[in-house]
Design a protein around this ligand. Sequence first.
Ligand code: ADP
Ligand code: MG
Length: 260
Amino acid sequence: MQAERTKPVIEVNDLHKSFGEFKVIDGVSLDTNENEVISLIGGSGSGKSTILRCISLLSMPDAGEIYVDGQRMPLSQPSRKKNRVVTDTRRLRVAREQIGMVFQQFNLWSHLTVMQNIIEGPMCVKRVTRQDAIATAEELLVRVGMADKRNAYPSMLSGGQQQRVAIARTLAMKPRVILFDEPTSALDPEMVGEVLQVILDLADEGRSMIVVTHEIGFAREVSNRILFLNTGKIVEEGPAEQIVDNPQSVECQQFLANFK
Ligand code: ADP
Ligand code: MG
C-alpha cells in the first residue's frame, strides 16, 4: 500500500531511555503519516514496547521529542533533581487521549461487562453522555463482530473476543493514532486471524497506526513501512515488501530467518 505523503501524525526525534545503567532506547527517530501504518519488528528485548510506552506517554523518555499533529508532547522537564519531573499533568492527560494503545494482554476490566468496558473511558475521561457513549459502543461492537456479547463479562470470552473488545474500547476514545503491542501474541493460533482482520479493516479505513508484531506476513500486508529495531536502534527501515523480502542488514536478515 502506498500512503499519501502528508504531515506526520506522530513524529519522534532522537528518543533515549535507560533503565539504570542499561540503555534500552538509543536515539530512535520515526514518524507515522496520515493514513499510514508502520510496523516495528525486532527481537525480544530490542526495545519495541518501551518505544510504544514512550509514545503513549506511559513512560517518560530520558531525552528526545515527540510530536502529535505537530504539537510537542509535554515530556518531563529537566529539573534540579536527578529524576525528571512532569510539570503539567493536565496537558499530559489531554495529550494521552490522542494515543490509543492495545496491549498483548487485553487489560479489560474483569468486573465490568463488555459494554461497560467500552463506555467507561468516554464517559469518565471525555465527559460523553451515557446515551452517546452507548450509541458509539454499539457501532464499534458491530465493527469488531462482538455485538451479541455486549452484556458478557471478559471471563466468558475467548482471548480473540477479548482482544476485539479491547480494540473497540480503544476506538471509543477516538484516538488520533493507535499503537498495537503484539496484539496477537497471547492468543491461541486459531484466534490470531480474527484479530488481525480487525486491524486490517482499520488500516483500510485509513487509520494511522503503529504495530509491533511477530506476525511477519501480516506486517508485510498491513504496513506501508517496516522498521527493524535491534538493541534500541533502528537498523533498517523501508517499504514493507522490501524489508521482508530483501533485507539489507545482517541483523535483519538473521532476525527474519527465524520466521522462514
Ligand atoms: P521488546 O518489547 O522489544 O521485547 P522492551 O521494550 O520490553 O523490549 O524491553 C527492552 C529492554 O528493557 C529489555 O531488556 C527489558 O528487560 C528492559 N526493560 C523494559 N522495561 C523495564 C523496566 N521497567 N525496568 C527495567 N528494565 C526494563
Ligand atoms: Mg514487547
